[in-house]
Design a protein around this ligand. Structure first.
Ligand SMILES: [Zn+2]
Length: 202
């Protein structure tokens, strides 16, 4: 279902709890120091703290981006999960959508609603929620990559997961058997209202 995964919470560089957010990160290149915008990082949310840490998947991806930057002798780039060489009829539009989607999903890190909270984010692809009323009840907001309708759309799904701890790897295996119930499809600009309607105010 997905090709990337990142936990929503890890450590900030200062040792405090770090929450997923995005920031501009400097990068050493063969032709000088460059910068990459909108890189997913863990940060403690303290305005005084300049530290951060990179999720392992992101570190690996930064190496690829650095290589691409060296190839075209550029010193500025915007973080994306996919290589720009990916075959696509509208490469620029796709890249813009990807950046928009990543930023959109990452802003849900640590989000709490009256009746549910975010347990996991797969940047640019999915947000998992656990019900506050019933431990085994989960919801999934899943980016629909293959709609023929214009714009960015998500499926909103519900499932019951009995394991004591929700882990992404288990979920992937488990969900292959089709335990997910689709509640509806939502365009990006209606996601916030739908979540508040379903779970209550943050
Ligand atoms: Zn910190």
């Amino acid at each position: 279902m997905f090709d990337q995964t990142i936990d929503p919470i890890d450590s900030c560089g200062c040792g405090d709890t770090g929450y997923l957010t995005t920031r501009t990160v400097p990068i050493d290149l063969a032709h000088g120091v460059g910068r990459i915008d909108k890189v997913p990082v863990y940060h403690c949310r303290s305005t005084d703290c300049q530290e951060f840490t990179l999720p392992p998947l992101v570190s690996r991806r930064l190496e690829d981006i650095a290589e691409e930057m060296e190839k075209v002798q550029s010193t500025e780039a915007v973080y994306t999960w996919e290589s720009h060489q990916t075959q696509s009829p509208e490469p620029l539009q796709r890249t813009n959508d990807q950046i928009h989607l990543q930023a959109f999903t990452l802003q849900f890190g640590g989000r709490e609603y009256a009746d549910a909270h975010v347990v996991l984010i797969v940047p640019g692809q999915a947000i998992f929620f656990q019900s506050a009323l019933e431990d085994t009840e989960y919801y999934l907001l899943l980016y629909e990559a293959n709609t023929r309708i214009e714009g960015i759309w998500f499926s909103f799904l519900k499932f019951y997961y009995e394991e004591p701890e929700f882990t992404y790897e288990d979920f992937l295996e488990w969900s292959e058997d089709g335990h997910l119930k689709e509640l509806g499809r939502i365009p990006l600009d209606e996601v916030e209202d739908t979540l508040i309607g379903e779970f209550g105010e943050c």
